[in-house]
Design a protein around this ligand. Sequence first.
Ligand code: GN1
Ligand code: MG
Length: 342
Amino acid sequence: MHELEEILGAWGLSASSHEPSPITNGFINRTFLISGAKSFILQRINKQVFRQPEVIALNLRLASDYLKFHHPDYTFPGTVPTLSGEELYYDREGYPWRLFPFIPDTYTVNQVDNAEQARIAAAGFARLSRKLSGIDVSQFQESIPHFHDLGLRFSQFERALSGAEPGRKAQAKGAIADAMSFSSLVKEYEMLIQRGILNRGVYHNDTKINNILFDRLSRQAVCVIDLDTLMPGYFIYDLGDMIRTFVSPVDEEEQDVSKVSVRKEIYEAVLDGYFSEMGDVLRSDEKSAAAFSGRMMTYIMALRALTDHLNGDIYYQIRYPGHNLVRATNQFQLLKLLPVTI
Ligand code: GN1
Ligand code: MG
């Protein structure tokens, strides 16, 4: 915590008046709630994952300027500049940090409880893309290049497989077989893109329900958070990641895969909420990729966790040996259960 004093100082804050406490549910960045008369969220960006943090800052500025002008009533959580007017503060080890205002009277949820909540959250993510649908996408850059490129993720998996330590490979035998058995999804993905069926737009790319702030009283969506991957992409990334993370009553951390299931009413609520905002932004042939989206995003996360397991756990934070393999097995189970058509 000592190091935080210096970092807080960049914004003229001090740990004596603003108590930092860690928030631990992300896999990538380090996040703290800074509680005081006015509270903040302080976050250290993982520089191994986000190799060009300035790109995050650029994308956020483009979106924020556009929204302020075209949709002034829309709540978009911008960063608080440092005392010297910068969006990022670099610590002694070269890690970038940024500060957000804490939005009071809001709460987050980690798991979807009911269809209404799913519908509200899906509409919340979709609203952001709809509000940004008139923006010039070409101004944006990818904060993680090829982030949801299924072809690339599959070849990273193949590379990890050929270089894997034999023990890890043996342990992952079932998951490797699953990875191979779904590889036709890669072709399907590439075909959708090559045929120009999907339009590029600005998407959130990490649409777990805990990235929505809900209003304490009305229980409506106040805003969307965790905008590091707000960047060019396709709607299947956002809709698909919601299907992946909303429909099962247990998340990807669950070790008992018999608990993984597809709650039909939640699946329908996700589609309903999403298309209530994005329905007329997307073309109808594009919308026909909705069922594919959930399968594709579940497959990509299964592949990424399996790849990390085979590589010796170098990307995601793990809490026990075999954690990444649990995540992969869990996601393959979900993939087997997701409907192929709606
Ligand atoms: C990572 O750290 P978190 O939970 O926001 C990952 C997502 C994965 C997710 C697994 C930059 O997000 O792509 O879906 O873990 N983010 C990055 O749930 O790799
Ligand atoms: Mg995230």
